[in-house]
Design a protein around this ligand. Structure first.
Ligand SMILES: Nc1nc2c(ncn2[C@@H]2O[C@H](COP(=O)(O)OP(=O)(O)OP(=O)(O)O)[C@@H](O)[C@H]2O)c(=O)[nH]1
Ligand SMILES: [Mg+2]
Length: 515
């Protein structure tokens, strides 16, 4: 039956409105690109920063960090932080503004105001698009909980065949009831379908992808063979070059789509997650389940993309991701992402900063070398909390050991001989929590011997190890810059990033003879 004239008119109106909005966005991007091009054409220098480290070291967090102080927030004052800097990141955060107090009063605020306005809208829209990734993070963590409970149950059955010992704790089977098992069975079935559905929606081509093949330019979200973890395919955004003309098109086409609900589809992922919501909340908040996880030494506190303590909020129908949620979400990088932005220092000219965020897993590391040639500085991230973890790509390798070997290989690389390294010993918050919970460094790092089992002592010890490698293996003498960081301490990390940015810029200016 044809739609009623009233409905047809309303649909026409809504289509026209959408087209007008799309054109408005498109025109703004055009104008912004033009402003960028004009600005980029006059910089004195290009500062290239490589973010290196193993997978899950926190490289994305570093790129995203200042989105916390995004100008949409009340405390943002353009007149004080006179030089907001446009960061392009695709598709994680379209535009993030970095505050830097480097610019003089002569800054051209018209163009920047315009950029701010656009970036705010783009960021808000992009945050919505993160919902799918965050729900996928929830599904993955919940699946890990369910798997751990099944394993605990099975292991307990095996143990119960052993001889009775009066000192042994009560078997886990006495903690887990049939109601737990029923929930786990229900969740296992539904979450698997929800996971597949979410991945397919996040990347329409995903379902058809052979798992071992690297992603093509169009396939932005892919699963990796090693861990079946959702990943983002890196992009280069070279604003100010000829390639910029294609930026608009590419950018609009690669936005991860918002995930609409299809009520007629029983396998619709959002619908399935809503159906699983109560089961997930009940299971996660169950004290017996928590005890089983603790007894099985399941360290959910260190799982990336962990939202199980926020289940009610993130699975509600009115959920809108916050900036913090975006920073906490986990999406693996594949390839090398290039974030370009401009720092305007008025009469001293403008500087193009390019930050290269690499994929840190082993299969990705061979792609780093072409970026070594003209790097101005390397920021290397090593997660200190990983001293007792195994590498996802090779379960026989300790993660901290891998970080140390990786550090050794990059500091000894001759292509980087003249480049300064800044070491971020990251995830100190998780390190502290882990040691407080009784995990012993000495058990995993024999050479630690009888040093105090505190975060301070462990950080000092690991810092010295990294320093010794730098001293011994650098082709030329170089200073050791090292910071202890943790994502949750936003204030401290902002100060560190400001200082690091300033010192890199100064060094760069000295190198090219401006200072
Ligand atoms: N608690 C805590 N979490 C952190 C910290 N730094 C990063 N994370 C989280 O750990 C995860 C690290 O993921 P990413 O930053 O995406 O990993 P990456 O280093 O870019 O690694 P690849 O993309 O795989 O190459 C994210 O979920 C972050 O939110 C930290 O200092 N403390
Ligand atoms: Mg990454």
């Amino acid at each position: 039956m044809p739609p009623s004239p009233k409905r047809a008119a309303s649909e026409r109106h809504s289509r026209a409105k959408q087209a007008a909005e799309a054109k408005q966005i498109s025109d703004r991007i055009d104008a912004m690109l033009e402003a960028e091009r004009a600005s980029v054409a006059k910089h004195k220098s290009v500062v290239r920063i490589l973010l290196l480290g193993q997978s899950e070291s926190g490289m994305a967090f570093l790129v995203l960090f200042d989105s916390r102080s995004f100008p949409g927030r009340k405390e943002y004052r353009p007149q004080k932080y006179a030089s907001p800097v446009l960061v392009w990141s695709e598709p994680r955060v379209l535009c993030t503004l970095w505050r830097r107090r480097l610019a003089p009063a002569s800054l051209k605020l018209t163009s920047l105001d315009f950029q701010l306005m656009y970036a705010r809208e783009a960021f808000a829209r992009d945050r919505e698009n993160w919902k799918g990734v965050i729900l996928l993070n929830v599904v993955r963590c919940m699946q890990r909980v369910v798997d751990a409970l099944f394993q605990a149950d099975a292991a307990d059955e095996d143990d119960s065949a052993d001889e009775f010992s009066p000192d042994a704790p009560p078997p886990i089977s006495s903690l887990l009831h049939d109601s737990h098992r029923r929930i786990c069975l229900r969740l296992r079935a539904s979450l698997d379908v929800a996971e597949r559905g979410l991945k397919a929606r996040l990347s329409p081509n995903f379902a058809n992808l052979p798992r071992s093949r690297p992603a093509t330019a169009e396939q932005h979200l892919v699963d990796t063979e090693a861990e079946t973890e959702l990943a983002v395919q890196a992009h280069s955004w070279n604003l100010g070059t000829k390639e910029a003309v294609n930026v608009k098109q590419r950018r609009l086409s690669v936005l991860p789509q918002e995930i609409p609900i299809d009520p007629s589809d029983p396998n619709d992922p959002t619908h399935l997650i809503r159906m699983c919501r109560d089961d997930m909340i009940d299971l996660w908040n169950d004290l017996a389940v928590q005890e089983v996880l603790a007894r099985r030494r399941v360290r959910w506190q260190e799982w990336p993309g962990f939202f199980l303590n926020d289940l009610e909020r993130v699975t509600s129908s009115s959920y809108h991701p916050t900036d913090d949620d975006v920073v906490r979400a986990r999406l693996k990088t594949m390839g090398v992402s290039d974030y370009s932005f401009v720092i305007d220092r008025g009469s001293r000219g403008t500087y193009l900063w390019r930050i290269f965020d690499v994929g840190g897993s082993r299969t990705q590391r061979n792609q780093w070398i072409p970026y070594f040639d003209d790097a101005s500085a390397v920021i290397f991230l090593a997660p200190l909390s990983a001293f007792d973890q195994k590498l996802a790509e090779d379960r026989s390798v300790n993660r901290l050991e891998d970080s140390l070997l990786l550090w050794k290989s990059v500091v000894s690389n001759r292509l980087l001989a003249d480049v300064d390294f800044i070491l971020f010993l990251n995830k100190v918050d998780i390190l502290s929590a882990k040691l407080r919970s009784g995990v012993k460094v000495q058990k995993y790092v024999r050479s630690y011997r009888d040093r105090p089992n505190t975060a301070e002592a462990a950080a000092k010890y690991f810092k010295e190890k990294f320093h010794a490698i730098l001293r011994e293996y650098s082709p030329k003498k170089r200073p050791f810059y090292c910071y202890l960081t943790s994502a949750i301490d936003t204030k401290a990390t902002n100060v560190i990033l400001d200082n690091v940015g300033e010192s890199i810029l100064r060094k760069n200016l000295q190198t090219i003879g401006v200072l």
